[in-house]
Design a binder for this molecule. Sequence first.
Ligand SMILES: [Zn+2]
Length: 430
Amino acid sequence: MRKFLVILCCMFVVSPLRGATLINDTETERLLADLVSPIASAANISPARLKIHIVHDDDFNAFVSGGEDIYIYTGLLTQIKSPAALQAVVAHELGHTIGGHMAQMADRMAAEMRRALLIQALGIGLMAASGEPSLGAGVLAGAGGVATQGMLSFSRDEERMADNLGLDLMRRAGQNPDAFVVVFEQMRDITGAAETKINPNRINHPLTAERLKNVREYIAAHPGKYNSADTKYGKKYELVRAKLVGYLDSPSRIADLYPASDTSDAALYARAISDMRGGNLDASIRQTQELTRRQPKNAYFYELLGDAEFAAGNYAAAVAAYDNALKFGDAAPQIQTALALVLTDRAAAGDNDRARELCLRANLTSPSPLTYWVLARAYGDDGRAHWAMAEYYAMMGNDKKARAYAKKAQKSLPHDSPEFIKSGDILNKK
Ligand SMILES: [Zn+2]
């Protein structure tokens, strides 16, 4: 069980956003980056500067902050009908950025109300903005009850403008703007019952029906030849959705979504993850091995196999699986860290050396607290372990402990060593 907890730690990171939990997962992050990049490029945002954050929250929601940080909710990922529809959501949110709505919004919002921002986006917050106290109250309570009505909504005009700018972005990216229709039809299904009770004259957000009409008119006025992300990414998206459901939902809901009769890769994936969570490790390993037979170059199936084998205490099999995951997954830092963790746990001859190497490489491209924590384990009694712990605490925002470890590191390390100097950087940081 302890092993499984560590695996979960690899995936879930509590974020500075109040109360929200962010999810780190290479497979999900890479797919989202592929989907969002063309839309971001069309908005003149370099894909290299783009940061995608996955928020563990059931809301059908997404938002953009500062133009380069895109927050996508697991509720959106697991519910939205297609990858193209997800692109449309992001295009709409970037429309708010291009339209300058975020700056005006920032003026209206106090910094501590950032959490409230999480529930607006795409107009699901319309219930909060509707002037219907009974409807708004529930949504506000869900946001921690901090926001007042006017603060968390874009205006009706801003929503329409974001839709139009988003449609432009889709077109410029060569993606079919029809995906907007898919999103609004789905939103109408989700919010439709509530909307019929709302008086349109008292509402800031355009109703979904009104937005749907606007979008259809735009599409009719802009015929053309487009690509659809559904063709290219549909299969990968199914797997990501299955993974999130497998990790985040209850066994009964997983069984509803993927009944035993469903023998697709996605269904097997969701069940293998659910079985691992439930401690049915043999079943989990068997199904994951079947997945690797069906897709022998899928890095993430090997990653799961590594997790499950490790949870079962099968070190050699876990190491072999992670090695394959690295081979087919372009040396993903998160998988390097997972392998390093297993190696430090096994601690056979040479294991800690290799773990150190893996952690240092992972931190070159994508430093993470967990990687520093594993690195400290790999250093063992070496004074550099104190430096690694100092970095770990610095990343976790615990300056007191970071400084204490940096001091310890400096006591035991040669003054000209890189770790001594890096410890000094932590001590000199204000
Ligand atoms: Zn919006």
